[in-house]
Design a protein around this ligand. Structure first.
Ligand SMILES: Cc1ncc(COP(=O)(O)O)c(C=O)c1O
Length: 448
């Protein structure tokens, strides 16, 4: 039997699967992705699709790496997994922790491994609370996050998420999470004083919230350097330096959620380096293995490390996962970083990202495309009803996403924006294909 004739069977079998984050009706006739190579996906019924989303913002080195496959195979035969709990470790986890020590930011030298972004953020929140308990500041229990943030799907990570659709179906959220405006230069939802930049206004929102709640009640502030799911929101350059200063002033830990932006996507290996800012806690996942195997992690400053190391035995840091330091995942992570460095993929994210943003900018000639934005290879175009009212148009955004897929280009609707976040291996010609295909889709849409 060919793949083509198997497709109906696979689709039928798939009805036993609960797919994430969609109404099940969206999966009545899914595309079966059977294989992938480079930046392209191939369906079981013979379609070729340019994966303009690199999976879920994560397949940074592209598809089909035999190097990662070889390393996983070897490690699985040698030692697939071992407990990383009391008194044991494994070679790949030790080597990867050492590689990552000071790698993203010089002040972050210690890593806890997880299996993904939600677990990493959950770890960050618990670690912030643990730290302040150890420091004797037992009222520092609240976490400030931002509107339109996405931090994951476990209970606390969902509570930090600033998109209400993720909250309402599940009842009350974890107490203690507060939300402030994000520094969206295209649609700032806070107040701006005369003469203030969006960056200054959004930073002021943090300071005012800390003062209103009392600095002695705030444990941490969490932010994605570039918001992904919230619509690819790139902050103004003055924002993060101001945030760092405010967190220092009020003794609030700054957690950077680099689950999307880590490992090269924005054209720096880690995104806060664009603004020469270091967080107190970093969370990462996705790009560390380019999605070939689940792996994530959290890195902490020396002060937090000391609090954990110096805690009395009875008050130990009782946190971690079965798969913290998974030997096979860590081996793949090490090799993946080697490839990112060897192939200069961070540099390519920067140069190809500039071409992509410039190309997407030309699409603003269409009446629906309000603006194009991005940093490195995380970009978006924002879709509106018309450019005078600038009313967000979700229906058209979704319809354009489907039309692009029909035309062989995978993008993703994030709010009323279409995101483009291809593998960091993409060439200039392939970037042109993305822009050309999206342009053709918009021409067709406007000639209806
Ligand atoms: C910024 C950010 N944080 C956290 C997560 C959650 O990661 P995971 O789905 O691996 O739990 C995501 C997922 O897209 C993300 O984009």
């Amino acid at each position: 039997m060919t793949s083509q004739s198997n497709t109906a069977t696979w689709v039928e079998q798939d009805q036993t699967q609960l797919h994430p984050l969609q109404h099940p009706s969206r999966h009545s006739n899914p595309l079966v992705i059977e294989r992938a190579e480079g930046i392209y996906l191939y369906t079981s019924d013979g379609k070729k699709i340019l994966d303009g989303m690199a999976g879920l913002w994560n397949v940074n080195i592209g598809y089909g790496s035999t190097e990662l496959a070889d390393v996983a195979r070897e490690q699985m035969i040698t030692l697939p997994f071992t407990s990383n709990f009391a008194g044991m470790t494994n070679v790949p986890a030790s080597r990867l922790a050492e590689k990552l020590s000071g790698y993203a930011y010089p002040n972050l030298k210690t890593t806890l491994f997880t299996s993904g972004g939600s677990e990493s953020n959950e770890s960050a929140f618990k670690t912030a609370l643990f730290y302040w308990q150890r420091m004797g500041q037992k009222n520092k229990l609240k976490i400030i996050a931002r509107n339109s943030a996405y931090h994951g799907i476990s209970m606390a990570a969902t509570s930090a998420t600033g998109i209400s659709r993720y909250h309402t179906p599940f009842g009350p959220q974890v107490p203690g999470f507060l939300h402030i405006p994000a520094p969206n230069p295209h649609r700032y939802d806070g107040d701006i004083k005369a003469g203030e930049t969006v960056g200054q206004a959004a930073a002021r929102a943090l300071e005012e919230t800390i003062l209103r709640e009392g600095a002695d009640t705030i444990a941490a502030f969490i932010a994605e350097p570039v918001q992904g799911v919230g619509g690819v929101i790139v902050p103004p350059d003055d924002y993060f330096p101001l945030i760092r200063a405010i967190c220092d002033k009020y003794e609030v830990l700054f957690i950077a959620d680099e689950v999307i932006t880590g490992f090269g996507r924005t054209g720096e290996m880690f995104a806060l380096n664009h603004w020469r800012v270091q967080p107190d806690i970093l969370t990462f996942a996705k790009g560390i293995t380019s999605g070939y195997i689940p792996l994530g992690g959290m890195q902490i400053s020396d002060a937090i490390r000391e609090a954990i190391w110096n805690a009395p035995e009875a008050e130990s840091y009782m946190h971690g996962y079965t798969y913290s330091g998974h030997a096979t995942a860590c081996a793949v992570g090490l090799k993946n970083i080697e490839i990112l460095e060897r192939e200069h993929l961070v540099r390519n994210a920067r140069t190809s990202g500039e071409i992509l943003l410039e190309g997407l900018g030309t699409l603003t000639e269409f009446p629906q495309v309000d603006n194009a934005r991005g940093k490195g290879l995380i970009c978006a175009i924002e879709i509106v009803k018309d450019k005078t009212s600038r009313t967000p148009d979700m229906a058209t955004t979704n319809a354009l996403m489907s039309a692009a897929m029909q035309a062989g280009l995978r993008t993703r609707a994030v709010g009323n924006a279409l995101a483009f976040s291809p593998p960091l291996t993409i060439t200039a010609e392939e970037v042109e294909t993305i822009v050309q295909t999206m342009g053709d889709v918009l021409v067709k849409w406007n000639s209806k």
